[in-house]
Design a protein around this ligand. Structure first.
Ligand SMILES: Cc1ncc(COP(=O)(O)O)c(C=O)c1O
Length: 410
């Protein structure tokens, strides 16, 4: 008869071998080995630890309109808490189509061309996934928002980077033309632009239309800052161009427009054939988006002034920030759109932009974002980005601290 201790010993060995096998089998090979924690998380944590004013991450430092908050309460308490239709509730799709008619002059079909999603990030991911196949090239204008490349890579596409012009970050159309190849399947567009604030002109839109005419190239147009433009500039949606509309996914964000980035709610406008493919992906990424907030937004958008007044609201902040920045040693061109302001310091110091951002956060107690993180090759042009979507008192205090910049550069 086998001894009980031998039985226990063998059982122990067996379970070790099984768990070893499982852990070997479970060793995960990353699909995004080059991606770590985003700089936005890093800088925000550093800002909290240093008790710094956080002008790094792009979120408003003030609350939403109480009317909108009351509407959310009305619909949550009213029992509108179950799944919505996959494409979004009809009332929100319909009012969004009307808003598009009012602001961009065309009326998307609310049944077949409008989809409500969980933030522009989801819209971008689903649009890229809908069109990009293995080996397809996707043109990315840099500096670029950080969600584009992972979406392209996860779909086994190849990002082809084209630098924006230095200075004002306008598009170098010759370079875009040179980057187009028979493998080009899509181009990522972002206007108003994060991080530079550059706003596409009608001429930019026409040049793109001309360049990709009769080519099988789609456009993924990130327009999350559509309502934030300054000095009388207007946002030209690519959807407003009849030819581009046929090949474009317009990605928008209610979170950005209405100071509720944490709600993660946005939309995608695209022609029926593209929307149909887009929805096949959306329905298995999130299926639908938070229902009571959709109802609240549908009612809120009934008053056009609630979005038409956004440029004026932000213009005051842009002006205040630019005026204060002019009293520091930093150099800048006032932002034309978005809630970001870039500033150069290369004439003051040769330290890297990451090092400066860290020193500013810890020593001046103002957090910003180094622009090198928006480049695939981490090119360092000695430029930093500030987010001015903050209360005026907070901006004034930050500007005050920035006057002492030279103290941390010596
Ligand atoms: C250019 C750009 N696109 C997309 C997003 C993400 O938008 P959402 O929060 O609606 O997903 C951001 C957020 O910072 C952004 O700056």
């Amino acid at each position: 008869m086998a001894k009980p201790w031998l039985f226990l010993f063998l059982r122990e060995i067996y379970s070790i071998l099984i768990s070893l096998r499982i852990s070997l089998r479970m060793s995960l090979i990353s699909k995004l080995p080059h991606i770590g924690t985003t700089i936005f998380t890093v800088m925000s944590k550093m800002a909290t630890d240093a008790e710094a004013i956080n002008l790094s991450q792009g979120f408003p430092g003030f609350g939403a309109d109480p009317i909108l908050l009351d509407l959310v309460a009305k619909y949550t308490k009213g029992g509108f808490n179950q799944y919505s239709p996959m494409s979004g509730i009809p009332a929100l799709r319909s009012i969004l189509a009307e808003k598009t008619k009012l602001t961009q002059g065309y009326l998307p079909d609310q049944e077949t061309e409008v989809t409500i999603v969980s933030g522009a990030t989801e819209a971008i991911f689903c649009a890229v996934t809908a069109v990009v196949r293995e080996g397809d090239e996707v043109i990315v204008l840099e500096p670029a928002y950080d969600s584009y490349e992972p979406a392209i890579s996860l779909n086994k596409g190849v990002p082809i980077y084209v630098p924006l012009n230095s200075g004002n970050f306008s598009v170098d159309w010759e370079k875009v033309k040179d980057a187009i190849s028979p493998k080009t399947r899509a181009i990522m567009v972002n206007s108003p632009h994060n991080p530079s604030g550059y706003v596409w002109t009608l001429s930019d839109v026409n040049q793109l239309a001309e360049l990709i005419r009769e080519k099988n190239i789609y456009v993924i147009s990130d327009e999350v800052y559509e309502h934030i433009t300054f000095d009388g500039k207007t946002h030209c949606s690519l959807g407003a161009h009849p030819e581009l509309r046929e090949k474009t996914f317009v990605c928008g964000s209610f979170g950005k427009s209405f100071h509720v980035t944490g709600w993660k709610i946005g939309y995608c406008l695209a022609p029926a054939a593209l929307t149909s493919e887009f929805r096949k992906i959306h329905q298995y990424v999130t299926f639908s988006t938070v229902t009571p907030i959709q109802f609240a937004l549908a009612e809120y958008l009934e008053v056009p002034d609630r979005y038409l007044s956004i440029p004026e609201f932000y213009q005051k902040k842009r002006d205040l920030f630019a005026k204060g920045l002019a009293e520091t040693e930093l150099e800048f061109i006032p932002s034309s759109g978005s809630f970001f302001q870039l500033a150069s310091y290369g004439h003051l110091s040769k330290i890297s932009d990451r090092e400066l951002a860290e020193k500013m956060t810890k020593e001046l107690r103002v957090a910003c974002i180094p622009i090198s993180v928006f480049y695939s090759d981490k090119k360092d042009d000695k430029i930093i980005r500030f987010c001015f979507a903050k209360e005026e008192a907070e901006l004034e205090e930050a500007l005050n601290r920035l006057k002492n910049l030279s103290s941390i550069l010596s």
